[in-house]
Design a protein around this ligand. Structure first.
Ligand code: SF4
Length: 402
């Protein structure tokens, strides 16, 4: 690996599009990147059907992507394609239209690609956990893959810089089974090995801190970073967000797979001095105790994939009732005298453990007020329930989803 390959540019900016051009031009000047003719595939982070100005800390800025489309055409690209698979299995068409990406991309001569409608190919990968991975052909066959993520805090990975954004290349059905913790880090490293982007440009202008990647708070960081070595970009971005890169499972696995070096001293920086622009973002601290007085949570062995769903149950809280939420592989903390009008069982293992508990109590006549109503929320983690009952209804009400 040459020293040029491990160059990361970091630029301050007011205008994200200009920031991206400046960051990539710095790489070009140092001989670390040369745009090639042919088909360029840009993978932004579109997330969900929400207008960009309602979620500027969550979605990649469409204006930044528009500037990069113009840049690639000016440098001889034959075609610039943009595509993403939104979170929770949402429709590409809705997300592209409502976010503003469709307009920004097509106005600049780019082509939106519905990744869910693309034929897929199985790519072999000698990965940490995977032997092969299923990906849309348009992504695999592009001459240059450009990853344009949004920098955010993330409750599963502490922060997400560039590599995590590649997760949206995988179909939702495959994604949701890896959406836990170390599982996610391992699969992401394998994905990076199978489909390394030729360039990463990080939108860190408006970023998210706190309980990201969806429920945090926006904060101005005012930076764009770029590099051709995805591990180096993530190492630098993680450091700039106030987190030690060596503490992240994803970067540890990536280094172990030989995908890059996560030692900052081994990375050349062009542009801003890192310690001059470094921030200390609020971490994604999880709130375990329910916001409601009358809801008690009985947990044990809960994965991070299930944890963030706890504050969302019950969906409607009746202050005259008592609720119990049972979650985790072994919810050892259930008191034998728990009385509730409704028992919510979260996640496949919460359903298993909770039903066992409820049936045993019921069988032994242990409920003074009769057997409570039981609400099962299956899934491992229960992402389908979460999207259909929590995320999508308000978007449909606003007309942002069909
Ligand atoms: S259902 Fe159980 S095993 Fe699956 S993510 Fe939730 S806590 Fe983990």
């Amino acid at each position: 690996m040459t020293s040029e390959k491990r160059l990361v540019s970091v630029v301050k900016c007011q205008d994200p599009g200009q920031g991206a051009i400046n960051a990539v031009s710095l790489l070009e000047e140092k001989g670390a990147f040369q745009p090639s003719p042919g088909i360029v595939f840009i993978k932004p982070n579109i997330v969900v059907s929400i207008p960009y100005d309602q979620a500027p800390a969550e979605l990649t800025d469409p204006g930044l992507v528009a500037a990069m489309i113009r840049y690639f055409y000016e440098h001889g690209a034959e075609k610039v394609v943009v595509g993403e698979r939104p979170a929770w299995g949402g429709s590409c068409g809705d997300a592209y239209r409502v976010s503003g990406f469709e307009e920004a991309v097509t106005e600049n001569g780019g082509v939106m690609c519905d990744l869910d409608g693309e034929p897929e190919v199985w790519l072999p990968v000698d990965g940490h956990v995977l032997k092969e991975i299923r990906l849309p052909r348009a992504l695999v066959e592009a001459d240059l893959l450009v990853n344009i993520p949004k920098a955010k805090t993330h409750f599963l990975t502490a922060v997400t810089v560039g590599i995590k954004n590649l997760f949206g290349c995988i179909r939702y059905e495959d994604r949701k089974k890896y959406h836990r913790e170390i599982d996610l880090a391992s699969v992401l490293a394998d994905l990076l090995k199978a489909l390394p982007p030729g360039l990463t440009v990080v939108d860190a202008v408006q970023v998210m801190e706190g309980f990201g990647p969806h429920a945090g708070t926006g904060v101005e960081m005012g930076l764009v970073m770029a590099g051709t070595d995805a591990v180096a970009v993530d190492t630098v971005g993680t450091y700039l967000m106030g987190v030690d890169p060596k503490s992240l499972a994803l970067l540890q696995v990536a280094e172990k797979l030989g995908l890059g070096n996560i030692d900052l001293a081994e990375i050349d920086i062009a542009g801003e001095a890192l310690d001059e622009v470094r921030m200390s973002l609020l971490p994604p601290i999880f709130k375990f105790v329910s916001q409601y007085e009358n809801v008690r949570v009985y947990a044990g062995g809960v994965c991070p994939g299930c944890r963030p769903r706890i504050p969302t149950v019950p969906l409607v809280c009746d202050p005259t009732k008592k609720y119990a939420v049972i979650i985790g592989r072994e919810p050892i903390a259930i008191r034998p005298d728990v009385e509730a009008d409704e028992v919510w069982l979260l996640g496949n293992c919460g359903v298993r453990a909770g039903m066992d508990y409820v049936l045993r109590r019921a069988f032994h006549g242990g409920f003074k007020k009769g057997v409570p109503k039981v609400v099962k929320v299956p899934g491992c983690p229960p992402l389908d329930w979460y999207s259909q009952r929590v995320i999508f209804p308000p978007l449909r009400e606003k007309g942002w989803m069909r």
